[in-house]
Design a binder for this molecule. Structure first.
Ligand code: SAM
Length: 287
């Protein structure tokens, strides 16, 4: 059964009387080479357990099951469950759960697998909820090896941007705290059914085994990043003045200069390490 073949997809959906749901971001992959490339590059160790978000009709799940020890797939749409039973029936290393990833306790679900080995994430993410899913996975602080996701290309460029470039934003600086991010390849919109309006790209985040940053107050570091990008067109000192109303403009300017930056620098120039230093300097005057 070729789950990338348009006719096969239509036949399966018809046989199970299932319609594609836009509200769940259901754009299914129809290019086998793309599916294989994602599965080949998502993780370095065949002995790994893979958490997949949104298996759809199982096209990527199938390739993951061929390559890895176990796949746990979370699918929100209950009407897809009988289809997944059918398309993945031959595997005894696949567990499909009818669950919303945003409401899933990942810690409890994956604890046994972390105890006995390596776990990675692989997903063609639903675009309506890309960032919340990504942040939920990273903020869980579970020791995933890699998190490989297909997202809109524009989002991929933002996730992988370098400090100082126009794509660089709060999410880039935050991601840098959790791991190293690479854009693996682009995927044209016509490789999906239905075709989304924009192209996509696959991004792999390799999580830091030991975090290279040691902020005095992690929450303060995230607050600093958020404040710096809240008003993008403002200078860092103006943006931080809004984000830290408990400090005077002079105090903020002093902190920025003490960290070795010009007073009129903009937030998008600062790397994750520099945000960490900045938040440590803010910590000193706030405590
Ligand atoms: N993996 C399939 C593929 O590559 O063709 C389908 C990917 S499709 C872009 C996204 C999938 O995520 C859909 O099957 C959708 O129903 C599912 N989904 C959407 N929101 C979800 C959520 N909150 N939790 C789990 N699955 C979700």
């Amino acid at each position: 059964m070729n789950l990338c073949d348009l006719k096969t997809i239509k036949n399966i959906l018809g046989a199970f009387k299932v319609r594609l749901k836009k509200e769940y971001g259901q754009n299914f992959l129809t290019d086998r080479s793309v599916v294989e490339e994602i599965a080949d590059n998502c993780c370095y160790d065949a002995d790994s357990v893979i958490l997949e978000v949104g298996p759809g009709i199982g096209v990527l799940t199938y390739e993951l099951a061929l390559r890895f020890k176990k796949v746990i797939a979370l699918e929100i749409d209950d009407t897809l469950m009988p289809i997944l039973n059918y398309t993945l029936g031959e595997f005894d290393n696949v567990e499909v759960l009818n669950q919303d990833v945003m409401k899933t306790d990942l810690d409890s679900l994956l604890a046994p697998y972390f105890e006995s080995g390596k776990v990675s994430v692989c997903a063609n993410l639903p675009y309506y909820i890309t960032t919340p899913i990504l942040m939920k996975i990273l903020e869980s602080r579970l020791p995933f090896e890699t998190v490989t996701v297909m997202v809109q290309e524009e989002v991929a460029d933002r996730l992988c941007a370098v400090a100082g470039k126009s794509d660089y934003g709060a999410i880039t600086a935050v991601l840098g705290y959790y791991g190293t991010t690479e854009k693996l390849f682009s995927v044209p919109a016509d490789r999906f059914v239905p075709a989304p309006k924009v192209n996509s790209a696959v991004v792999r985040i390799t999580l830091h085994k030991v975090c290279p940053y040691h902020p005095k107050d992690e929450a303060l570091m995230f607050r600093t990043i958020k404040a710096a990008f809240e008003q993008r067109r403002k200078t860092l000192s103006n943006a931080l003045s809004n984000g830290f109303p408990e400090l005077t403009k002079e105090q903020i300017t002093q902190v920025i200069e003490r960290c070795g930056h010009l007073a009129d620098i903009r937030g998008e120039k600062l790397s994750t390490a520099q945000f960490c230093d900045l938040s440590d300097a803010l910590y000193e005057i706030l405590n």
